[in-house]
Design a protein around this ligand. Structure first.
Ligand code: SF4
Ligand code: SF4
Ligand code: SF4
Length: 168
């Protein structure tokens, strides 16, 4: 869990005002999820990283500004309503995107995202004038959000890989 105050505060600021639509991993389709989820909060209490929060109606949402998801699956395991299905090929549709304010892209040395990506989904393309562009391998990216949490410059956002919508 990555929850130092300074970093979390930075990221929370970055995500403010963005639709809070992403459900925990393995959640079933949104309409069905809302029909089944009670919402009791059991998944939130079971979450080992603390990345699950609540939306305005009490339904669970992912707060990438608070922590990353380890994909431990506890949220799905404790839920008794059928709102999760662990047989999903992908736990969710989030993927990381690097913004143009990236420090490395602007010739300031930084490799934090690459160093903290357990999936090995980030590599750097060297450019002129001391710049290097982080490239996300969409096939390898699990959407865990760790890079977004760790980035010191709010340069990574999590998007729905199908719609390009920016997640909360
Ligand atoms: S998979 Fe684990 S870390 Fe991720 S939201 Fe569920 S309980 Fe939390
Ligand atoms: S951690 Fe952020 S600022 Fe640093 S290289 Fe990665 S995207 Fe750029
Ligand atoms: S979201 Fe997770 S898997 Fe994807 S690039 Fe970031 S750290 Fe790597």
């Amino acid at each position: 869990m990555r929850n130092t105050v300074s970093r979390a505060d930075i990221i929370r600021g970055r995500f403010s005002g963005i639709p809070d639509s992403i459900r925990p991993p393995y959640a079933i389709a949104e309409e069905d999820f809302r029909a089944r989820c009670e919402p009791c909060g059991d998944c939130r209490k079971a979450c080992e990283t603390g990345v699950i929060g609540q939306d305005g109606e009490g339904f669970p949402i992912l707060l990438f500004g608070q922590a990353e998801c380890s994909f431990c699956g506890r949220c799905a395991e404790v839920c008794t309503t059928g709102a999760f299905r662990k047989s999903h090929a992908r736990p969710w549709v989030a993927t990381a995107h690097v913004k143009s304010n990236c420090l490395s892209f602007n010739a300031i040395t930084c490799r934090s995202c690459e160093e903290n990506c357990e999936a090995g989904a980030i590599r750097f393309r060297l450019m002129t004038q001391g710049r290097a562009l982080p490239l996300i391998d969409a096939a390898a990216c699990t959407g865990c959000g760790n890079c977004a949490v760790i980035c010191p410059n709010q340069s990574i956002e999590m998007k729905n890989r199908e719609t390009e919508e920016v997640f909360a």
